[in-house]
Write a protein that binds this ligand. Structure first.
Ligand code: GDP
Ligand code: MN
Length: 383
């Protein structure tokens, strides 16, 4: 789960990492009040969406008067921002963050992530911050340093000094404090990513000017404060709806809607769709103890998705009973018509009963005996 920049900065402050003073605003009036409260003569109004690349898309406005703050906030709130990370549809802005403007001497890149290769948390740092780090990695990889942190010792002064020197920072001591606090935050808050792009050098020292924080979903049960930061507006409504029905659903950008039981089988199903030259519209694992109601919900997600041009049902019934899947489909089509071809591979527990239910309901599905045939039929149905 991701949180907003202003929320991530709250966490940074809590762990002693310097951030600009700022305040979140839901309207232009609130933004003006926030700017007055902050004082000074330069403010930065930043769109709060769960996507980066806002700067280049006009989502970060430097303002030199209260009038400019008001104009920037009313311009941004309610607008749809299209950045290189949002996709074509963009993201609607509901909130802005109003910060004091800072004198920036240098923009650095710093992130922490879980490095599976070394099985540790790693820092990635670069003196070329503020811009597209992917571009730096592709064009000037020598400008990026990656350092794995020893799990037993944590960030020691030597590691910190290596990074500080790579970043050409004179004040190794204060960088070391920042690095240690970032690591502590990362570990204590069960982060999967913490990215400061940029971390800036100012006349008053290092400041985290931008912050992205992602928490491990599996740790949300114990990160109650972070779980409460969830912003439903930022999440795919289909994924939210699916989660409420206990379905594991992830929207993808292909055209074959999938319904499968078991994560492994769902992955295999997506692979074989690709082998047939098509792309899955989603990952969907209905799980083992699925109910008719949840199956109905799953079909609803597929039938109401405009991207879905064919549906592939791949059920290998063990704990899942085929009659439950059949009844879920029968319930779904009462409200959501079967507007695309449906290919079914339905085997295992209560297979015959399931097939009979669908036949008796007069539903026109295309039957497949195995996964390969099912994928072939689904790919053909699209053409
Ligand atoms: P992103 O484009 O979504 O990653 O948004 P950032 O928060 O990284 O902002 C983009 C750029 O705006 C930064 O790299 C800075 O150059 C600039 N910026 C952001 N905040 C300030 C500020 O307080 N003062 C100044 N002068 N520039 C800022
Ligand atoms: Mn940034």
């Amino acid at each position: 789960m991701n949180i907003h920049e202003y929320q991530a900065k709250g966490l940074l402050a809590e762990f002693g990492i310097p951030v600009p003073r700022g305040s979140m605003a839901l309207s232009a009036d609130e933004a003006v009040a926030a700017a007055r409260e902050l004082g000074g003569s330069v403010w930065v109004v930043k769109a709060q969406i769960h996507a980066g690349g806002r700067g280049k898309a006009g989502g970060v406005r430097i303002c030199r008067s209260i009038n400019e703050v008001e104009a920037a906030a009313s311009d941004l709130i309610g607008a749809t921002l299209v950045t290189r990370q949002t996709g074509k549809a963009g993201k609607q802005v509901h909130k802005v963050y109003v910060e004091e403007g800072l004198k920036i001497q240098k923009e650095l890149y710093l992130s922490l992530l879980v490095d599976r290769e070394t099985e540790s948390v790693a820092f990635v740092v670069s003196p070329s911050g503020g811009m597209d780090i992917e571009q730096v990695a592709a064009q000037t990889p020598e400008k990026i340093l990656s350092v794995a942190v020893d799990r037993d010792t944590g960030v020691d002064d030597k590691t910190a000094a290596t990074m500080a020197s790579f970043l050409s920072l004179q004040d190794t001591g204060s960088f070391s404090v920042v690095a240690k606090n970032l690591y502590r935050l990362f570990v204590e808050k069960d982060a999967t990513l913490l990215e400061l792009n940029p971390l800036v050098v100012t006349p008053n020292g290092l400041v985290a000017l931008d912050a992205k924080f992602a928490v491990d979903d599996s740790a949300l049960y114990r990160q109650v404060d972070i779980a409460a930061m969830r912003d439903i507006d930022e999440e795919d409504p289909r994924e939210t709806e699916a989660a409420q029905s206990g379905l594991n659903y992830i929207a993808l950008d292909g055209n074959i809607g999938c319904m499968v039981n078991g994560a492994g089988l769902a992955m295999a199903t997506m692979d074989i769709i690709q082998l047939k030259g098509e792309k899955p519209a989603n990952f969907l694992d209905v799980g083992g103890g699925v109910t008719i109601e949840a199956v109905r919900e799953a079909f609803k997600l597929l039938f109401t998705d405009d991207h879905v041009k064919a549906v592939l049902v791949n059920i290998f019934g063990g704990i899942v009973r085929c009659d439950i899947i059949a009844n879920g489909l029968i319930e779904a089509v009462k409200t959501y018509p079967m507007r695309v071809p449906v290919v079914m591979r339905l085997v295992g527990t209560n297979e015959e009963e399931g097939r009979k239910l669908i036949h008796d309901a007069g539903l026109d599905v295309r039957w497949a005996d195995d996964l390969d045939q099912a994928a072939t039929l689904a790919a053909e149905a699209i053409k």
